[in-house]
Design a protein around this ligand. Structure first.
Ligand code: FPP
Length: 236
């Protein structure tokens, strides 16, 4: 495999454009989501081959409940089905599965499947797949502060590491690269805290069309950037 240069340790992906993809084909939006799941498989394989073993996918935002009932129900069913179908293989490959977001609003069945998948794969260290469902970055920060308050922390002394450790993503490295498909130039409440220094990569490609070549293009773009974390570039 060609040298890809600096690789992100963790990539976050905003998988947008499923609806447009379906409309272009005269299909229902839900057909776009099904195609989106096929894209996830391709991208996970390509990421693994490239040496990136940590992915976080934005599957359902706290705002997505306002979509048509049929679409929400189908998405929830797809999450359940996909979890059931994929856990074995992910586990065999040493991938730790985590779901981030507010769970209370998910169905009891989905919550149970999530918990089983998380418990079963908790000891895996080869890779991590984190799926954001009913996730909002602001809600996550609010939940973290509430959890700390409930645990009796002195919030007047709150510092960044303590807050970061109370987020849903505790223990995961911050994403180095956030990829957004389908062209919108915003982060839409995704990993608000964690993406403070992430590089953003936006492509016009619709998520169901995104494949290995698109991932490699994003990685090449990332490798060519100079990350400063607010400092000055290093002198040679
Ligand atoms: C955005 O496209 C996509 C979503 C809101 C859903 C993404 C979910 C999947 C690909 C399924 C994921 C499944 C698992 C198990 C992780 P859009 O519908 O907003 O597209 P549009 O902007 O073109 O309408």
């Amino acid at each position: 495999m060609a040298d890809l240069g600096a690789l992100p340790a963790h990539i976050g992906i905003i998988m947008d454009g499923n609806g447009r993809w379906a409309r272009q084909r005269g299909q229902r939006r839900t057909a776009g989501h099904r195609a989106g799941i096929r894209a996830i498989r391709r991208v996970m394989e390509a990421a693994d081959e490239a040496g990136v073993h940590n992915l976080t996918l934005y599957a359902f935002s706290t705002e997505n409940w306002s979509r048509p009932r049929y679409e929400v129900a189908t998405l929830m069913r797809l999450f359940e089905q996909t979890l059931q179908e994929e856990v074995d293989e992910l586990h065999q490959n040493g991938v730790r599965i985590r779901v981030i977001g507010r769970r209370e609003q998910l169905s009891a069945r989905l919550r149970r499947l999530v918990q089983e998948a998380e418990e079963r794969t908790a000891g895996n260290t080869t890779g991590a797949l984190t799926v954001a469902i009913n996730y909002g970055g602001r809600a996550e920060i609010v939940d973290a502060v509430r959890a700390l308050a409930r645990a009796g922390a002195d919030l007047t002394q709150l510092d960044e590491p303590t807050l970061a450790g109370a987020l849903y993503t505790a223990g995961l490295p911050d994403p180095d690269l956030i990829i957004r498909t389908a062209g919108e130039l915003r982060t839409s409440n995704f990993l608000l805290w964690q993406s403070a220094y992430a590089e953003l990569y936006v492509t016009q490609t619709l998520w169901p069309d995104f494949g290995a070549a698109d991932l490699l293009a994003a990685l090449a773009d990332y490798a060519a950037r100079q990350r400063r974390f607010g400092g000055v570039p290093e002198l040679d």
